[in-house]
Design a protein around this ligand. Structure first.
Ligand SMILES: NC(=O)c1ccc[n+]([C@@H]2O[C@H](COP(=O)([O-])OP(=O)(O)OC[C@H]3O[C@@H](n4cnc5c(N)ncnc54)[C@H](O)[C@@H]3O)[C@@H](O)[C@H]2O)c1
Length: 467
């Protein structure tokens, strides 16, 4: 039997904002009791306030939250946020509901006892970081998936969606009434409470929009590919570095439990030495005119292979493609990559294929694994291989070099259970977590730059081939 690395729930330790222990808001606590780290309701310079994690990630001042009366059924915190905008620091306070939106603030107090003019206090609310306010640009085919996931996260307030299309704005207004739909991005970029911008527009617009968002001091999550040239990625990197902002690319598959399972198999040496990887991402449609099938699909395959092979730079990149439907826009592309240590990879992408296929195979010296994203059992590990026979005195290399014999190993096939969490949800949580903590995203600049660099090298290789 094959024993893979332990398959606990596919959660990342960094996605910890979901696992906070909860406290009942109705528990009555003794008056003198203070939460850890708090100065007490009456004492300290920020009396009753609980220092919390910063939501904006780039301001030196902490934010504070204070408990509020349980009588406000929907209220969760009194929050005083120190917000810096245009060099001015100001304080904002309010009671925030479970959806992170501000509620009207009224304190209950006795009219006769001034000493009682304090929060009438019947329980500690659940402690959570202040919500991260984000704006999303683009809500076409893919954008609704991002919007659904971000809107469902407790620590997130999707305040704006910007889309050039009136039909898409109407879709947002109909389905996400708490989010404001805008035609242009100025209001979202100028809102100082917006700390993160999610970009889900066509690839050619990624760089200008991402650059503008960074210039306005926003952390960014950009759909794949991050940009269309390495030079553009480097401009974003310099801008992010200057302002201490997060740049994350939406390479969704890195947050996919099956992809991470295969990574653990490779890292644990279960497959032996990786010999080659091949990938098929095929469909009939959805055809695009702004980019070809390689730029549309292959960022996924490249991102996964790079992740499995520890983001090594390929030593060579070759591409062959065919434009059948629109002149100059390849519908079918075969990419061949070579890596150090004698590893090769082949990627076949097409939107002109009779079947929907999302399959990747890794052949190792000990075992082989097939990851099929559209199958119920996404992973199959084959204990198969070919070894040279070495029986003393019998067909040994030095006896009969021309008649080396081989052992064909054909053992068990293991289909492990993989606990699945929607990858886009993990990606969204990870983005918020990186904003809160300032940590480098798993699909940050280093990973995204290599993906763009491989696509760019493939284009350059293609330009040299006569059609
Ligand atoms: N991660 C994934 O699995 C995945 C899947 C599909 C698409 N994508 C990516 O998502 C992005 C969007 O793809 P799509 O298929 O949704 O495209 P789409 O063309 O269906 O939608 C793009 C939307 O952006 C809007 N838009 C265009 N320019 C804009 C601008 N300057 N400001 C505001 N809105 C603008 C359009 O009106 C449209 O509604 C692409 O980068 C694509 O690569 C990712």
């Amino acid at each position: 039997m094959i024993v893979g690395p332990p398959l606990s729930k596919e959660r990342f330790s960094e996605h910890s904002n979901q696992s906070r222990p909860t406290k009942s808001r109705n528990t009555v606590l003794p008056k003198a009791r203070t939460p850890p780290g708090a100065g007490g309701l009456d004492g300290g310079s920020k009396a009753g306030m609980i220092p919390t994690q910063r939501a904006d990630g780039d301001l030196g001042k902490p934010q504070y939250e204070a408990p509020v009366p349980a009588s406000f059924a929907s209220a969760q915190f009194l929050r005083v946020a120190f917000v810096r905008h245009g060099g001015v620091t100001s304080a904002k306070s309010g009671v925030y509901g479970p959806d992170g939106r501000a509620c009207p603030l009224r304190f209950r107090h006795s009219r006769h006892d001034k000493r009682a003019r304090r929060l009438s206090f019947s329980g500690w609310p659940e402690m959570r970081p202040a919500p991260v306010v984000v704006a999303q640009l683009g809500c076409g085919y893919w954008g609704p998936n991002l919007l659904r996931n971000f809107s469902a996260l407790p620590g997130c307030d999707v305040r704006y969606v910007v889309d050039a299309s009136a039909e898409r704005r109407a879709f947002v207004e109909r389905n996400f009434p708490r989010t404001k739909a805008l035609e242009s991005s100025e209001a979202a970029f100028e809102d100082p409470e917006v700390t993160g911008v999610i970009i889900a527009t066509p690839a050619a617009t990624h760089f200008p929009l991402a650059n503008q968002a960074l210039e306005c001091g926003k952390h960014i999550l950009v759909e794949k590919p991050l940009a269309t040239t390495v030079a553009e990625v480097d401009v974003l990197a310099r801008c992010a570095e200057r302002s201490g902002l997060i740049v994350m690319a939406g390479h969704t598959f890195i947050y996919n439990a099956a992809v991470r399972y295969v990574k653990r198999l490779i890292d644990a040496g279960e497959l032996g030495d990786v010999r080659y990887v091949y990938s098929q991402r095929l469909n009939l449609g959805r055809i695009r005119s702004d980019i070809d099938a390689m730029w549309n699909f292959a960022p996924h395959d490249i991102s996964i292979i790079q992740y499995w092979l520890d983001d090594q730079e390929p030593t060579s990149v070759l591409r062959q493609g065919l434009d059948c439907i629109q002149p100059g826009v390849d519908d079918i592309v075969f990419l061949n990559l070579a890596y150090p240590k004698k590893i090769i990879a082949n990627i076949h992408v097409s939107w002109l294929d009779p079947q929907k296929v999302r399959k990747m195979t890794v052949v190792g010296s000990k075992k082989m694994v097939v990851y099929d994203d559209v199958a119920d059992d996404k992973i199959a590990i084959y204990d198969k291989g070919i070894d040279r026979k070495a029986v003393l005195g019998e067909h040994m290399d030095f006896d009969h070099p021309a008649r080396i014999d081989f052992n064909y190993r054909s053992g068990d096939i293991l289909m492990p259970r993989v606990d699945f969490v929607e990858p886009l949800r993990l990606e969204a949580e990870h983005f918020l977590d990186c904003i809160r903590t300032g940590k480098e995203p798993a699909t940050g600049l280093t990973h995204a730059r290599t993906v763009v660099s491989i696509l760019e090298r493939a284009d350059a290789a293609h330009a040299g081939i006569a059609r």
